[in-house]
Design a protein around this ligand. Structure first.
Ligand SMILES: CC/C=C\C=C\CC(=O)SCCNC(=O)CCNC(=O)[C@H](O)C(C)(C)COP(=O)(O)OP(=O)(O)OC[C@H]1O[C@@H](n2cnc3c(N)ncnc32)[C@H](O)[C@@H]1OP(=O)(O)O
Length: 311
């Protein structure tokens, strides 16, 4: 039976979904005591101070169900507070990066929020949307650089997700699709806000968003959506891990301050951003990391040979 047919059938049993509210910010209590234990995300240590987060619903092409939206928030909040982690690689298990929102599970809950009248339903719908936005904004709020490693399809919410990452690598077989218009809606969890700042070609962004046409990896590279294209998943992951490892070896004060200021500057004027970094660095320039880094450079050593305190 086609996916679309099953989605439509599922929507006919809306009453079972009426009580269901998207809870995008789950409490830590649900997770138990073990660290990085998630049902839809697999987190592993790729190398020293580098974590590998995999979207882990390969049998559903990593379609984003309720648990995945919630666990993204939990996971990246956990990473943000983990002083053993300095950089992250985000990829998809199986044959796709992601097929976007889980049409079976989320479509009904999203379109039919609970509420006694239109105002209350709208109120709850807004809460769901804001909650879903947090699932990707949390990547941006996490001060550790996040490298998206994309292979195969990256559809709908997948584009929202990778737009919140700091660096994007992909495979030759990767393709990108801002699918929302073809689903009858405007994208609302980050693509329309972040993609224009990444690609820097408003005409192309508009075309992609209005038409839902697929963009293949070569075009993604040419327009600046991805930094590098690799022949296959294995070489892409190796490239992403090497990059993450290089970043992770540097002063975490310098790297994380840089991410925070890059994100701030993207959203503010040059003059506001200069003010911000001046205030930021009035404390951060007092770090021991400067002395250590300069000394290493003078001795022609790599930052890998320097021991920086955890942050
Ligand atoms: C608050 C709102 C926030 C966000 C909104 C976001 C909007 C979007 O994300 S829009 C994009 C929605 N996604 C799609 O339209 C993609 C749908 N999938 C496909 O078109 C195809 O699966 C494919 C990606 C082209 C790959 O095709 P193929 O290689 O032939 O695999 P399939 O047999 O189709 O799929 C394998 C398996 O995965 C299930 N699946 C695929 N996509 C989804 C999905 N989006 N949701 C749920 N399940 C999905 C598919 O049903 C198959 O499962 P089986 O159990 O094996 O049948």
């Amino acid at each position: 039976m086609s996916l679309l047919r099953r989605v439509l059938q599922k929507h006919q049993s809306i009453p079972s979904l009426l009580g269901l509210q998207l809870r995008m910010m789950a409490s830590d209590a649900e997770k138990g005591s073990s660290s990085y234990a998630y049902s839809t995300l697999k987190v592993s240590q790729a190398s020293d101070k580098v974590l590998h987060v995999e979207l882990n619903r390969p049998e559903k092409l990593n379609a984003m169900n309720l648990a995945l939206w919630r666990e993204m928030v939990e996971c990246f909040n956990e990473i943000a507070g983990d002083s053993e982690c300095n950089a992250v690689v985000l990829s998809g298990a199986g044959k796709a990066f992601t097929a976007g929102i889980d049409l079976m599970e989320l479509g009904g809950a999203l379109l039919q929020p609970p509420g006694d009248d239109v105002a209350r339903r709208a109120w709850n719908l807004r809460k769901n949307i804001v909650g879903a936005q947090e699932s990707f904004t949390v990547i941006e709020k996490c001060s550790k650089p996040v490298i998206a490693a994309i292979h195969g399809p990256c559809i709908g919410a997948g584009v929202d997700m990778i737009s919140a990452c700091d660096i994007r690598y992909c495979t030759q077989d990767a393709w990108f699709q801002v699918k929302e218009v073809d689903m009858g809606l405007a994208a609302d969890v980050g693509t329309l806000q972040r993609l224009p700042k990444i690609i820097g070609n408003q005409s192309l962004v508009n075309e992609l968003c209005f038409t839902s046409r697929k963009m293949m990896s070569d075009e993604a590279k040419n327009c600046g959506l991805v930094g590098r294209v690799f022949p296959d998943k294995e070489s892409m992951l190796q490239g992403a891990f090497d990059l993450a490892s290089d970043i992770a070896s540097k002063s975490p004060v310098a790297v994380q301050s840089t991410k925070i200021n890059l994100v701030y500057s993207r959203n503010h004027s040059v003059s506001e951003s200069l003010q911000y970094v001046a205030t930021w660095n009035m404390s951060m320039l007092q770090t021991d990391d400067i002395l250590k880094s300069v000394q290493a450079a003078m001795e022609k050593k790599k930052t890998k040979d320097v021991t920086f305190s955890k942050l």
